[in-house]
Design a protein around this ligand. Structure first.
Ligand code: NAI
Length: 778
């Protein structure tokens, strides 16, 4: 008998992992769990069951957290925070290291528990989830150790409320808890209702590690408990889950002045070019869409394959699908486990059954119960709901393209922007396409690679904020020191309307590089301190906002201009402003009735030089991931930024926002200082003579209270910055939920005047991190 014969004829023999230890741990805990609050497990309250989706068996009773439970947990976290912070990074590092070691020591228990509670194959829990959890705690033990030296001037936010999903229960916990603790925060975490067990086991590990009480609190329960965590008096909310819930959380946190990061859904493209290594691309696709049964936010769920190889690729893919082994998740040879819950299976089935495409279900054996066959659907129109919506199951949709341009266009035809894969043996094709994909993570000839050192997160409706690496830490720290007082709105000077005054000029809006009359045709008188009319400023309305945004969208070439070229333009603006410094200084003094015009103009010139300096230097880093390849964390412009300028220092307020934004390739729609708008309209003449392409900077004047919500709700605006004391942060943040745009609301004078008014905070707000994984080395 030959080996070949053996391979072909041998029956499959199951190789199940033993569940005994995990079941014993559950029994030891009484199989009824209360919350971890203030360092101890509370008595169970009203409970619900958590089941093993593969067998339907009840694993344990879990407490449904009430708002009172959440309040108690937040209070415990609040009490614990100052001491935890004072322990210093080096003190905290020891605890994070201890947690990493304990996760490693108990990795088998954790992996089995995870598999039993979620239905994911043990191979994945054992080889991917749990090792990454340990890696995350190790990496962040290092971050804590280095914090004082490497992040001077940064401090903890306070208490973080964290809500996580069921697809990577312990890994998502690690992504949230490790950086928070490292930076001196305390946490209240709510695991998903279907998969609470590993979080509770982690609670046990926290006790074993001797973590001070109240530093980690775990409250179990459903969406109502999650909503209570979001509503509680926390300093930050971190959420991973569906885009719909993310939107609700954006609305619920609007105007509260707390930090927020959202890691939401995706419909990530998986692009196969005809010069790809097709067999590798098929294997990569197995990883992309059948990893965790497709229940992965960044699953490569949209296959785009080049027409010339589509038939071959589909044939090989179907053959591979037929060989996938679906079944008992505890079996070490299983490729696709159980769906997390029957509800989710029904949801997947309903979506596929309603599909109008050609459906191919893998010919492999699929056991009865909570399982769903690997499925391929082709022949759908790009607008089909299955092409646009997350299915969150082992279902791949496929379409073909002809040219790289078409591939990019199809890949980006989605409201999401979490991840993308590009497959080509031609380095030119792969590295030409990668930068054009609108996604927070791009894998070249790979998929689903993660690491604690590599930032992960999305753009567009996939959310905002990053997890992992130095970039992820900024979501868990803030500048140290007291913040300045809230700036108060400055009243414009009054004038006697009746008294005829010689009109200096009537300013216009500046849209698409041209002076534009306001749509409504109205303007307002602007007076000096003595009540003399200086001029008139146009009153922009929502139509003007739309025109300005359209012009800004149209100027997308600016993002592609080289950083060197953008720097030249910024230097040129600075130079032209310097040449007219006296005139501008006098204008500002007359407008504001002050004497600071000269210094203000000098500061503006300086800002342009600073950001010209930064334009080609804020460029990202290479992350040291412990797998073959490089994770390159690049800084990309956000896109179109709506900027609401402060009242005071009308030119410096504008320049402080516009200069960093355009230096890094964004386009701006700025709404000028409301009491002193003519400083901005005067400034347009400098822009006109400084080679700034039309549409890169657009300037509106008028009532900020009316214009801000329009900008915040506009689906073609990617970020809104408000430094205006007039703008209602709650309104802006609530309106921003539509396309989940990033918001940056600052209302203290300190944030933009003086040294605090320039630098990294602005550059970070002006960019998104895009992590590109490229093969490198042996
Ligand atoms: P979900 O977004 O409803 O749940 C995620 C977490 O948020 C859970 O802990 C849940 O209890 C909590 N939650 C739910 N409503 C909340 C609220 N109003 N306020 C605060 N917390 C709340 O996701 P679900 O229902 O489990 O899955 C539905 C769909 O969401 C999936 O089919 C999938 O498309 C998507 N999803 C995406 C994930 C991702 O990683 N991007 C993860 C899980 C689900």
């Amino acid at each position: 008998m030959t080996v070949k014969h053996l391979f072909e004829s041998m029956d499959y023999g199951p190789a199940p992992e033993a569940a005994g230890d995990a079941l014993a741990w559950i029994t030891d805990q009484g199989a009824r769990f209360g919350h971890l609050i203030d360092g101890a497990f509370a008595a169970p309250g009203q409970t619900f069951e958590t089941r093993n989706p593969a067998t339907g068996e009840v694993l344990a009773e879990i407490t449904q957290g009430t708002p009172e439970d959440v309040t108690a947990a937040v209070a415990a976290a609040r009490r614990a925070q100052p001491k935890w912070d004072k322990l210093g990074g080096k003190g905290r590092a020891r605890f994070l290291y201890a947690l990493a070691r304990l996760v490693q020591k108990h990795s088998r228990l954790l992996a089995v528990l995870e598999t039993m509670d979620s239905g994911k194959p043990i191979r994945e829990a054992r080889d991917i989830d749990i090792p990454l959890v340990a890696r995350h705690f190790y990496h962040h033990a290092g971050m804590a150790q280095l914090m004082e030296a490497e992040l001077p001037g940064r401090t903890a936010l306070g208490v973080c409320g964290q809500v996580i999903p069921w697809n990577f229960p312990l890994l998502m916990l690690a992504w949230k808890v490790a950086p928070a603790l490292a930076m001196g925060n305390t946490v209240v975490l709510k695991p998903a209702e279907w998969t609470p067990l590993t979080a509770l086991c982690f609670a046990d590990l926290c006790q074993q590690a001797g973590l001070p009480k109240g530093v980690v609190n775990i409250v179990t329960g459903d969406s109502a408990t999650g909503a209570a965590v979001v509503a509680a008096e926390v300093d930050k909310v971190a959420f991973t889950g569906s885009t719909d819930v993310g939107r609700k959380i954006r609305e619920a946190t609007a105007g509260r002045g707390i930090a927020l990061t959202l890691e939401l859904g995706g419909k990530s493209p998986y692009i196969v070019f005809e010069d790809a290594d097709l067999d590798s691309a098929v294997e990569g696709l197995v990883d992309a869409i059948w990893f965790n049964g497709g229940q992965v936010c960044c699953a490569g769920s949209r296959l785009l394959v080049q027409e010339g190889v589509a038939e071959t690729f589909h044939n090989r893919l179907r053959a591979r699908m037929d060989k996938l082994r679906v079944g008992d998740p505890l079996d070490k040879s299983i490729d696709v486990g159980a769906i997390v819950d029957p509800v989710q299976k029904e949801r997947i089935a309903a979506l596929v059954d309603a599909s109008g495409g050609w459906v191919y279900r893998a010919a492999c054996e699929v056991p009865a119960g909570c399982y769903y066959p690997p499925t391929l659907i082709a022949g759908l129109s790009p607008a089909d709901p299955l092409m646009q919506e997350e299915i969150f199951g082992p279902v791949l949709v496929s379409s073909t393209f002809r040219t790289p341009d078409e591939a990019v266009q199809m890949a980006n035809n989605t409201r999401y922007g979490l991840a993308a894969s590009v497959w080509s043996e031609n380095i030119n094709t792969a590295l030409d396409v990668a930068p054009k994909l609108v996604a927070g993570v791009v894998w070249v000839n790979g998929s689903n690679m993660f690491d604690a050192a590599a930032p992960f997160g999305g753009v567009r409706e996939s959310g905002f904020g990053r997890e992992g690496g130095w970039e992820g830490l900024s979501a868990y720290t803030k500048p140290a020191g007291k913040r300045g007082a809230m700036a108060k709105p400055v009243a414009p000077f009054d004038g006697a309307e009746a008294e005829p005054q010689p009109v200096d000029r009537t300013a216009k809006l500046y849209i698409g590089g041209k002076q534009a009359r306001p749509d409504g045709g109205y303007a307002q008188n602007i007076y000096d301190k003595r009540g003399k009319l200086i001029g008139q400023a146009p009153i922009a309305n929502r139509k003007d906002v739309r025109n300005a945004v359209e012009a800004a969208r149209g100027a997308s070439g600016w993002a592609g201009a080289s950083a060197h070229n953008r720097a030249q333009v910024l230097y040129y603006i600075g130079e032209n402003l310097a040449a007219r410094a006296e005139e501008f200084a006098a204008g500002i003094d007359r407008l504001t009735g002050g004497k600071g015009g000269k210094a203000e103009v000098a500061a503006c010139v300086d800002r342009f030089f600073t950001y010209a300096g930064w334009a080609d230097k804020f460029d990202g880093r290479v992350a040291q991931a412990p797998i073959r390849g490089l994770a390159v964390a690049l800084r990309e412009p956000c896109g179109v930024i709506g900027a609401l300028c402060p009242d005071e220092m009308p030119l410096l307020g504008l320049v402080s926002l516009v200069a960093p934004a355009i230096a890094l390739g964004n386009r701006v729609v700025a709404v000028a200082s409301e009491p002193f708008p003519l400083a901005a309209t005067d400034f347009t003449s400098v822009l006109e003579t400084s080679d700034v392409p039309g549409g890169v900077v657009n300037i509106l004047t008028g009532p900020q209270v009316d214009l801000a919500p329009v900008l915040a709700a506009h689906l073609d605006v990617d970020a809104v910055w408000s430094f205006s004391p007039r703008v209602d942060a709650a309104k802006v943040e609530r309106a921003s939920a539509g396309n989940l745009k990033r918001t940056w609301i600052q209302t203290t004078a300190r944030d933009w005047q003086g040294a605090a008014g320039e630098g990294r905070a602005f550059l970070e707000a002006a960019t998104e991190v895009k992590t590109v994984w490229v093969p490198y080395g042996a």
